[in-house]
Design a protein around this ligand. Structure first.
Ligand SMILES: Cc1cc2nc3c(=O)[nH]c(=O)nc-3n(C[C@H](O)[C@H](O)[C@H](O)COP(=O)(O)OP(=O)(O)OC[C@H]3O[C@@H](n4cnc5c(N)ncnc54)[C@H](O)[C@@H]3O)c2cc1C
Length: 444
């Protein structure tokens, strides 16, 4: 049933929308009904996940569909390696399932998603649809773990696609920025449950840049946070252990101090101070960097990968070729020093292996993801504009869920399968039932 709704905004608060109605279907048949009835009325439809994209990817002035009531695991098929040993399972998950709920469900089945981002509030379909990734020199982003999808197309038909069945729809829909259809379920390849041994410690940007590729390969999942206006870096290295390894989770008090206080409460206070007196930011960043002490712990993979983020911010993230990343980070540091733009948020540096997903930022190339952030009460315009110039000069590709200014004309020249993607979209949605202001920016 479609009900009237109030205004909608994304998590960061930088995207506002006024949907004409809202629907919370509980079955695939209900999703189909909503799409058909909206299409008949000439109304547009958009599925929203958790609303955690910084771009207007999920915004709509038509019917907002939420799949928050279409969640959980539907089925599991064990998979085998070439020698015939079970090496995980293909797990079919209802599209609205939040990642933070999926982790424990999979763990109870002896399984895990191979990699995750640093945050897990997103829905599985939303995360996949924008190319959400974590870090790891040999780890691929989330869409590359998708082996099958079910989508409701603009004419209401239900399509089951995979590499073998309807491969072009599959390639487009597994990173479809909401433009191909409503995903109702996804089959993702999962690996045997594993633990992560986490190590965090302070370092310097100069040391990280001295051998960035060496750093990227120094652990299964390596990343660092650089505090602009300083040379300070916090390094995070996660090493994979078997699922039955002894766990040494952070004690509750330590966890509270580190995550709740440092990452959120105290950090929020420092950001507000920076917003009131921007000139204090370099000094405040030195305080934040010093507060990030060393720690080591071992826990279930999904608990280590993700943490909570309550301080609101805006973000731009580009994937650049790994070989270009050292120069890009150097240019970013020089730009910040030269222009005087300030941000109390660290720059996050992560890595991913090449994949074969049509719209992926890592399509056929190993990449380094570089993300700049700005506190939501501070102006991001100049920082993001100057950073984007640097990313583009290094052949960077923007994350589909994070702020950027690229248009269809720009993207068609840099995204290898852009025209193939657009052809699938044109075939499945000729009347643009799934269009919104974002698809109008990034697609013809
Ligand atoms: C605090 C924070 C931390 C983040 N950390 C990371 C990170 O570590 N790594 C990373 O890569 N990104 C990260 N992101 C970005 C985030 O993962 C993506 O923007 C992701 O798309 C958000 O998922 P969502 O469920 O909120 O989707 P939404 O933002 O609600 O939607 C995103 C897109 O997916 C489409 N969509 C949603 N559901 C469906 C469906 N069922 N069928 C078809 N289309 C659908 C929407 O229409 C929209 O186009 C972070 C964002 C925030 C706010």
């Amino acid at each position: 049933m479609t009900t009237s709704t109030t205004r909608w905004h994304n998590w960061a608060g930088n995207v506002l929308a006024s949907p004409s109605g809202r629907s919370d279907p509980t079955t695939v048949a209900e999703v189909t009904g909503v799409v058909i009835s909206a299409a008949e009325r000439g109304t547009r439809v958009k599925c929203v996940g958790a609303g955690h994209s910084f771009t207007p990817a999920a915004a709509t002035d038509g019917v907002l569909i939420s799949l928050d009531d279409l969640t959980g695991i539907e089925s599991i098929v064990p998979t085998r390696d070439p020698e015939g040993n079970v090496d995980g399972a293909d797990v079919t998950v209802w599209a609205g399932t939040r990642l933070h709920r999926l982790g424990p469900l999979l763990w109870d089945l002896g399984l895990a998603q191979p990699n995750l981002g640093d945050f897990a509030e997103q829905s599985l379909a939303g995360a996949v649809s924008t190319g959400t990734h974590g870090t790891g020199r040999t780890a691929v982003g989330m869409p590359a773990t998708v082996v099958g999808l079910q989508i409701v197309a603009a004419d209401g038909s239900v399509l089951d696609c995979s590499r073998e069945s309807d491969p072009e729809v599959f390639e487009a829909a597994r990173l479809g920025i909401g433009a191909i259809g409503i995903i109702t379920k996804l089959t993702i390849h999962c690996v045997p449950a594993f633990a992560l041994s986490a190590e965090e410690h302070p370092w310097t940007l100069a040391a990280a840049l001295a051998d960035l590729e060496g750093f990227a390969s120094s652990a299964d999942h390596a990343e660092f946070f650089w505090f602009p206006h300083t040379d300070a870096v916090t390094v995070r290295r996660n090493t994979r252990l078997p699922g039955d390894a002894d766990l040494r989770p952070l004690g509750r008090i330590r966890e509270l101090v580190a995550d709740e206080f440092l990452s959120n409460e105290a950090f929020g206070a420092l950001c507000r101070a920076a917003a009131r007196r921007p000139s204090l930011t370099p000094r405040l960043n030195r305080v934040t960097a010093r507060a990030m002490s060393s720690r080591a712990y071992t826990d279930r993979s999904y608990r280590v990968f993700a943490s909570s983020r309550r301080v609101r911010f805006r973000e731009m993230e580009y994937a650049v070729p790994v070989a270009a990343a050292t120069a890009v980070l150097g240019d970013l540091r020089d730009m910040i020093d030269r222009t005087g733009v300030v941000t109390p948020f660290p720059v996050e540096v992560r890595f991913a292996a090449a994949d074969d997903v049509w719209m992926s930022t890592a399509y056929r190339r190993d990449v380094c993801y570089i993300a700049v952030h700005q506190f939501h009460q501070m102006d991001h315009t100049e920082l993001f504009r100057s950073a984007e110039e640097i990313f583009l000069a290094a052949d960077g590709r923007p994350h589909w869920g994070k702020m950027h200014t690229r248009t269809a004309a720009d993207l068609s020249a840099t995204v290898p399968h852009f025209d193939d993607f657009v052809a699938v979209r044109d075939r499945l949605d000729p009347d643009r039932v799934f269009a919104n202001q974002y698809t109008e920016q990034v697609l013809p």
